[in-house]
Design a protein around this ligand. Structure first.
Ligand code: PMP
Length: 405
């Protein structure tokens, strides 16, 4: 018998498959709205000017070498990253209660956080985590991999193309005490639907009352509103309420460092003594998995986070990206409602936030867009707003109008 007879053929990752199909399509007006990566107005990847500047500084720095980083990562990077999400004046940071570890971007942070919970969280019954319905598809695999069962809480309501707040709250209330809930800090993927500040307060009230654990995933800080501080509001509020939590942080999107794999896991604990114990075990886990994280991207982000001038430039670059996306939302809304008079309500296009928009179109309509109009999108009707630009938005609006009419 052949050694690998027992290995079944797995289907290709749907997003990467979509990109491959797009690349293979010779049609000149094709549009890729699948992948969640920023594109400029010419459909090109964008190297942030501040990142170019920071790379140059690193290149010219004769003191740098290629030695290993510490197991928990570059300390200037992780401390800066913690301040970015938890706030300049975070009491949790000044009290030494935050454990921060550099990870392989947001995916690695989710994995390390999941692994740590699977080892050390005092689960009430089954090892399980509640994920929003829907969520980033990789969440299912990440938690399954470490033996934590993914469960769903209601999140998106197809009837309103908005938040199913009632269903969400009901599940928070009916779940056993000390359940773990994964929360998207801002710019929810795939729906673009976020709770309002008031709704976050109500969510926190129930989380506190039921002593749930909040597993925050923040892959889009700055991308939602264009403002890093504002997009950190939910996480900071939960910390201020004393909710036990961790944060998985990615710099892929907001610094455009996708392939450099820059991220961090932050665990907020009740005391410095707890933090020291947690840090020691995270180091043990990290050592066996990746030994130590990669240095290049972390050095770039560390420079940006710790140099006030570069930090201001980064904020301007983020406003450029978020601003262009918000502009595309307004323009798509205008084209559909004013020019084309497309049937249906399209308010959600401008109300949703961040990289993605759930258009509300069906699987059949999504497929028709791809097959008939060479517009590539996932079959759940999600579009990456960053794939739209001043040159292709009219073509897209007309194609969308064509499939819903
Ligand atoms: N979480 C969510 C919700 C995401 O959308 C993404 C990126 N698609 C990630 C985490 C992690 O991405 P990365 O590993 O590239 O930082």
């Amino acid at each position: 018998a052949e050694t690998w007879n027992n290995v079944p053929l797995a289907p290709p990752d749907s997003i990467f498959k979509l990109t491959a199909a797009y690349k293979a399509d010779p049609y000149p007006h094709k549009i890729n709205l699948g992948v969640g990566a920023y594109r400029d107005d010419d459909s090109k990847p964008w190297v942030l000017p501040v990142v170019k500047k920071a790379s140059q500084i690193i290149l010219n720095d004769a003191t740098l070498d290629h030695e290993y980083l510490p197991i928990t990562g570059l300390s200037e990077f992780v401390t800066g990253a913690a301040r970015l999400i938890l706030g300049e004046n975070s009491p949790a940071i000044s009290e030494g209660r935050v454990v921060s570890v550099q990870t392989i971007s947001g995916t690695g942070a989710n994995h390390l956080g999941a692994l740590f919970l699977s080892r050390y969280y005092h689960f009430n019954g089954d090892k399980a985590i509640y994920l929003s319905d829907p969520t980033w598809a990789n969440h299912f695999a990440i938690f399954n991999n470490v033996g934590i069962k993914p469960l769903l809480y209601p999140y998106y309501d197809p009837k309103t193309i908005g938040l199913d707040f009632t269903g969400f709250i009901a599940t928070l209330q009916s779940a056993p005490e000390r359940s773990v809930f994964l929360l998207h800090a801002c710019a929810h993927n795939p729906t673009g639907v976020d709770p309002t500040e008031e709704q976050w307060k109500t969510i926190a009230d129930v989380v506190v009352a039921k002593q749930h654990y909040a597993f925050f995933d923040t892959a889009y800080q700055g991308f939602a509103s264009g403002d890093l501080e504002r997009d950190a509001t939910a996480v900071r509020y939960f910390v201020s309420r004393g909710v036990p939590l961790l944060v998985c942080q990615s710099f892929a999107k907001n610094a455009g460092l996708y392939g450099e794999r820059v991220g961090a896991l932050h665990i907020v604990t009740p005391t410095k003594e707890t933090a020291d114990r947690v840090r020691s075990q995270l180091s043990v886990l990290q050592r066996s998995e990746i030994s130590n994280p990669p240095s290049y991207g972390a050095r770039i982000v560390a420079l940006i986070l710790n140099n006030p001038e570069l930090f201001e430039e980064w904020k301007a670059d983020i406003r450029t990206m978020a601003g262009r996306i918000i502009q595309m939302r307004k323009e798509l809304y205008r084209l559909l409602t004013e020019e084309l008079k497309t049937p249906g309500n399209w308010e959600h296009i401008v109300n949703q936030i961040g990289m993605f928009s759930f258009t509300g179109i069906s699987e059949v309509q999504s497929k028709a867009l791809t097959e008939g109009a060479h517009v590539y999108l996932t079959t759940n009707g999600r579009i990456s707003m960053a794939g739209l630009n001043s040159k292709n938005i009219r073509y897209f609006a007309e194609a969308l109008d064509g499939v819903v009419r």
